[in-house]
Design a protein around this ligand. Structure first.
Ligand code: NAD
Length: 370
């Protein structure tokens, strides 16, 4: 067991992992890249850090993640929490709340994967626990830091585009009970909560308000083509924004194994149409009466930098805030945080309530001010 010495200025931030599956490996890769960048540039603002402890009841998985990091394979979650300054909760969804309770009791900084929990009530509970403990926190709504989405947001916010009138957003992937995900838990409502909309398109609900402002009403239908209890695999939602704009979201889990997660969006503004061809490398295309601008691939980050838009990863922002707090300062609010994620759950809940009522429009409560 790692015994955690008190943090002193200049020490490496100690990172722990609860859950050692696919998304944990993704965050570990991001953290390792940051560590390598910091080592290559001693003047960089990236705080030194190391992964110290990992727990997963699947010990082979835990050992796989810990190996090569010099991290301990912990015997239980509390060992990880004891050893760490910041804890990444990357288990399947039903375990987030019980583990976050333990992280909060110990007062550690938190990165919690999305969805927060299996339904709106338990997500609220998680938010209350984290808020009461005053934790530095961030959530895995990582699409907000995708360069393609940041470019799209800049184009939408450009006054020359005019007001947003209509948005067509579709997000499809093969049902992740197969293929590289091979998740048994994503086909079990007690572990996942529900299907395509909450497990996957919670990102999209978050993006819709982040890009276009508050949603006032949702009308939706859902289907269960795969016949898995409580796991919807197709959702169509009609969204009314407070601005007067309209949007539609299609979220689909099919069986086309050559199509992992793919997002496409068309934004119709008064003076421009803006198309996101894919969320990984784009391109993002802005068409107006004056011509067409196409931004994609290696051009995305320089395009953003030229407009003063920084593109730090979520992990980098979290580490900076954790260091500020450990050094005795006040960490800034990180975005997206648990409150942002809760809002996405409110939208998901409204969508499910409308679908349960055969598509009747459901009013969405106003975004709480904070
Ligand atoms: N932000 C994103 O884009 C993104 C992408 C994929 C998954 N996720 C989310 O991340 C979470 C994990 O997904 P995944 O794809 O990595 O799943 P996964 O199946 O690859 O890994 C989940 C792991 O959690 C472990 N686990 C279960 N209970 C545990 C406990 N009490 N303590 C420690 N470990 C425990 C399992 O043994 C498993 O190894 C889910 O909530 C999922 O929705 C987010």
């Amino acid at each position: 067991m790692v015994t955690r010495a008190p943090y002193c200025a200049g020490m490496s931030i100690r990172v722990g992992f609860l859950g050692a599956g696919l998304i944990a490996a993704y965050h570990a890769i991001q953290l390792n890249e940051l560590r390598d960048r910091a080592a290559a540039d001693p003047g960089s603002a990236i705080p030194p850090h190391r992964i110290v402890s990992v727990f997963d009841p699947d010990r082979d998985r835990a050992a796989g993640l810990a190996g090569g990091q010099g991290a301990e394979v912990a015997a239980d979650p509390d060992e990880v929490i004891d050893a760490s300054d910041v804890v990444f909760v990357c288990t399947w969804t039903s375990e987030h709340l019980p583990l976050v309770r333990r992280v909060a009791a110990a007062g550690r900084a938190l990165f919690c994967e999305k969805p927060l929990s299996v339904d709106l009530d338990r997500s609220r509970e998680l938010v209350d626990v984290v808020t009461d403990a005053g934790l530095v926190n961030m959530v895995g709504l990582v699409m907000r830091s995708a360069p393609t989405l940041l470019v799209l947001r800049e184009m939408v916010d450009d006054p020359a585009s005019g007001r947003v009138m209509n948005v067509v957003f579709r997000d499809d992937q093969y049902i992740p009970t197969q293929g590289m995900y091979a998740s048994t838990w994503r086909g079990d409502r007690s572990l996942a909560g529900s299907g395509a909309l909450m497990e996957h398109s919670i990102h999209d609900l978050d993006l819709l308000e982040w890009l276009f402002g508050p949603v006032g009403s949702i009308s939706a239908r859902q289907s269960f083509f795969h016949g898995i209890d409580g796991i919807e695999d197709s959702v169509g939602a009609l969204i009314g924004f407070d601005s007067g704009a309209t949007g539609s979201l299609a979220s689909i889990w099919h069986d086309v194994l050559s199509r992992p997660s793919q997002r496409r969006m068309e934004v119709f503004c008064e003076n421009a149409t803006i198309t996101l061809v894919s969320d990984d490398i784009g391109p993002v295309i802005r068409q107006s009466s004056d011509g067409e601008e196409v931004v994609g691939g290696d051009d995305l980050i320089p395009w953003l930098a030229a407009r003063g838009v920084a593109t730090p990863s979520a992990e980098e922002e979290l580490l900076r805030a954790v260091r500020t707090q450990l050094d005795g300062g006040t960490a800034p609010r990180l975005r997206p945080d648990i409150d942002d994620a809760l809002r996405a759950h409110v939208l998901a809940d409204a969508t499910y309530r409308s679908a349960a009522a055969g598509g009747a429009p459901v009013s969405v409560p106003a975004v709480p001010s904070r």
